[in-house]
Design a protein around this ligand. Structure first.
Ligand SMILES: Nc1nc2c(ncn2[C@@H]2O[C@H](COP(=O)(O)OP(=O)(O)OP(=O)(O)O)[C@@H](O)[C@H]2O)c(=O)[nH]1
Ligand SMILES: C[S@@+](CC[C@H](N)C(=O)[O-])C[C@H]1O[C@@H](n2cnc3c(N)ncnc32)[C@H](O)[C@@H]1O
Ligand code: SF4
Ligand code: SF4
Length: 335
């Protein structure tokens, strides 16, 4: 095994520096959110198809050697994979000490938050689309609102904050809760982010027309109290940031579809079966797993990452056609 060279930057053809890796560690999930995956017929990847933790760790190490500074562990639901805490510990201990974050539905967070914090996780983002138990059951096809809320509280206590809460407003489903979510920031130190629904649905009922455009989200936020725009420090990611004066929590709006933030994109993704996705919304994938299992060296893996950076498109084209995520659902890519 070779030592990592002095960190370099992984740049693409458009001058963007790719220093953020979204690593999906499983395609399995303990929920079935209607906008993400169908109830039935979700064939999980076979055991051998999914990368082993050693393989994922090696990928992360090679990526960090290329300048990746932040790794977001995602899924499917990352907290359903056995051994996830040990894996987080190993990631946090990589020589480059990347920032380790997690995107989760929160169902298992109450039991794992403390261990995750001790393992070296910096922060968590929790996906939550409703504060009503019956609606939670309708959207996710499972029970669990109380557990998610307990998970958020546990993450706070474990120092995994400020917790970001990701809410996807969908017309006719939960759009009427935008204000209630926004009010949470008046009482809690959470950053509540509203994400435009993306047309990659698991359920036909959730058609693109259900997307609540950013203007409507903003109007709902402004009905609660005047918004103060927050300065963006560094690569803040895709969210536009706001706050109500004096509130402990913050607000974010992620215009994933309408006013895309591709010009500032710093992400690469690796799916749980070892494919690099240069862009969430391009079907192009580059196989790392085959290379790893054929005995590729670290240099060869780094070359595959460079190739992925090279083919990263300048932007998505969701507004031009019905382009989606190719053959993959969101839950298979990790969002
Ligand atoms: N279009 C698009 N959407 C993205 C991208 N990255 C994340 N999202 C969406 O934004 C939402 C929030 O994603 P998170 O997993 O919380 O990650 P993040 O927004 O990068 O989180 P931070 O690192 O805390 O800013 C999810 O619905 C993602 O699908 C991206 O590169 N492109
Ligand atoms: C695919 S999930 C994976 C991680 C974890 N299971 C969770 O739900 O946080 C990552 C993110 O994608 C978002 N997502 C899934 N389908 C979406 C869609 N059609 N439009 C917008 N966001 C979506 C979810 O709300 C979640 O915040
Ligand atoms: S959004 Fe997350 S929790 Fe919901 S089905 Fe998709 S992967 Fe599972
Ligand atoms: S759509 Fe593609 S290029 Fe645009 S921000 Fe997302 S991953 Fe980056």
């Amino acid at each position: 095994m070779t030592e990592d060279p002095t960190p370099v930057s992984l740049a693409d053809r458009f001058g963007r520096h790719l220093d953020y890796l979204r690593l999906s560690i499983t395609d399995r999930c303990n929920l079935r959110c209607r906008y993400c995956m169908p109830e039935e017929g979700v064939a999980s990847l076979g055991h051998d198809a999914v990368l082993r933790y050693e393989e994922l760790l090696r990928i992360a190490r090679v990526a960090c050697g290329l300048g990746v500074r932040k790794i977001r562990v995602t899924g499917g639901e990352p907290l359903v994979r056995k051994g996830v805490v040990g894996f987080i510990r190993d990631l946090a201990a990589l020589p480059q000490k990347p920032e380790i974050t997690l995107t989760t539905n929160g169902l298992r967070l109450a039991e794992l938050a403390e261990e995750l914090g001790t393992a070296g996780m910096s922060r968590v983002n929790v996906s939550l689309d409703t504060l009503r138990a019956d609606r939670f059951r309708d959207i996710t096809r499972r029970d669990g609102l109380e557990r998610v809320l307990a998970g958020i509280a546990a993450a706070d206590r474990a120092g995994l904050g400020p917790v970001k809460i990701n809410m996807v407003p969908i017309a006719g489903v939960n759009e009427d809760e935008i204000e209630e979510f926004a009010r949470l920031t008046l009482a809690h130190p959470w950053n509540v982010r509203f994400i435009e629904f993306m047309p990659v649905s698991g359920d036909l009922e959730y058609a693109p027309e259900r997307r609540v455009p950013v203007e409507r989200i903003m109007a709902a936020l402004e009905r609660v109290a005047p918004l103060v725009e927050e300065p963006r420090t560094g690569p803040a990611g895709p969210a536009r940031l706001y706050r109500y004066a004096g509130a402990p929590g913050g607000l974010g709006v992620i215009p994933a579809v309408s006013s895309h933030f591709c010009g500032e994109c710093n992400r690469l993704r690796v799916t749980s079966d070892g494919r690099i996705r240069p862009c969430l919304f391009s079907g192009e994938e580059i196989d790392l797993r085959a290379a790893i299992r054929a005995g590729a060296s670290d240099e060869e893996l780094a070359a595959i990452f460079r190739r992925a950076a090279h083919v990263k498109p300048d932007r998505h084209h969701l507004e031009d056609s019905s382009v989606g995520t190719g053959q993959r659902r969101m839950g298979q890519i990790g969002g």
